[in-house]
Design a protein around this ligand. Structure first.
Ligand code: 2AM
Ligand code: CA
Ligand code: CA
Ligand code: CA
Length: 281
């Protein structure tokens, strides 16, 4: 077992993440170097790589025994959840970073033996940090977040990206129609870590997405658990924190309602395959 001082770690990470934010804000004053990864809307910039290297250097210097799973390739090859694992996304919402110059975040989730211990999601342009040490309450800057209560589908605001309307090998275009018709409204912000933080903060009642990686949801799930939120794969099955997976996160009750809806859609053939993300790339 490792023996981290989680309060000291929180103070350090907040300092690092704020410094990363300062660098990111400054970078938007000059042109970015942007390149495409897997598709025209899957972008990476010089700043994604720079911030990942910056944070990994800090983590490695302070916690040399820990391992890091991160998006841009400077982390470790990790196949198990032994010891302390950092799930790091230097810029979550790169398309927003490039096109809107706002609504992107630095996301850091720390797990110990597979259990969430600390979470940090920093909305850089809003200077808003969602954070928690597990068991000590979750915070939006210095404001403590309330425990989540249940809500009906009719009174809920659901974050649902419309990407499933595009041709894909997993989800039928009618699968979510009933949910969209019945809820109060839908939103799609384009930065998974912040969308999860918004569910934790009660600004959104649910978030449903078909394919995320560990660095996208690692911190968000820790924050959500701290306030009594529910999460799973889209079909309600538990999710493995090292997998590329669909994510359904919501207030308790509403989570069950949406997962049941998805389960029925799978039974009626309106899901083309199980929404574990593994088949859909
Ligand atoms: P990213 O900006 O770090 O890539 C966009 O809807 C959200 O989904 C962002 O949080 C984005 O993270 C994430 N995402 C995960 N996989 C993606 C992919 N292949 N292409 C674009 N965004 C992806
Ligand atoms: Ca990316
Ligand atoms: Ca991401
Ligand atoms: Ca990213």
């Amino acid at each position: 077992m490792t023996e981290h001082d989680w309060d000291a770690l929180e103070r350090q990470v907040i300092q690092w993440i704020k410094e990363a934010g300062t660098q990111l804000r400054a970078s938007l004053l000059t042109p970015l170097e942007v390149s495409e990864k897997s598709a025209h809307n899957d972008l990476v910039t010089n700043m994604d790589r720079h911030i990942e290297k910056f944070l990994i250097e800090k983590i490695r210097a302070a916690y040399p025994g820990d391992r890091i799973v991160s998006e841009e390739g400077f982390g470790d090859g990790v196949a198990d959840t032994d010891g302390v694992l950092w799930l790091l996304d230097p810029i979550d919402g790169t398309l927003n970073f490039v096109m809107q110059k706002r609504f992107f975040a630095v996301s850091i989730g720390v797990y110990e033996e597979g259990e969430g211990r600390a979470a940090f999601i920093y909305d850089v342009m809003a200077d808003e940090l969602f954070h928690c040490i597990s068991g000590q309450g979750a915070y939006q800057n210095t404001k403590r977040l309330a425990t989540l209560t249940s809500v009906t589908i009719e009174n809920s605001l659901i974050d649902l990206s419309a990407t499933w309307l595009k041709p894909n090998r997993m989800i039928h275009e009618e699968t979510m129609t009933e949910i969209v018709k019945r809820c109060s409204g839908t939103r799609a912000y384009g930065a998974a870590s912040l969308e999860l933080a918004y569910v934790a903060a009660g600004y959104l009642d649910a978030y449903f997405t078909m394919r995320l990686s560990p660095w996208d949801y690692g911190a968000g799930l820790i924050l959500l658990r701290e306030v009594g939120g529910s999460y799973s794969r889209a079909d309600g099955q538990p999710l493995n924190i090292l997998s590329k997976t669909s994510v359904l996160a919501a207030r308790p009750g509403l989570h069950h309602f949406i997962a049941e809806h998805v389960r029925k859609q799978i039974q009626s053939g309106k899901f083309i395959c199980e929404p574990d993300g593994g088949h859909n790339h």
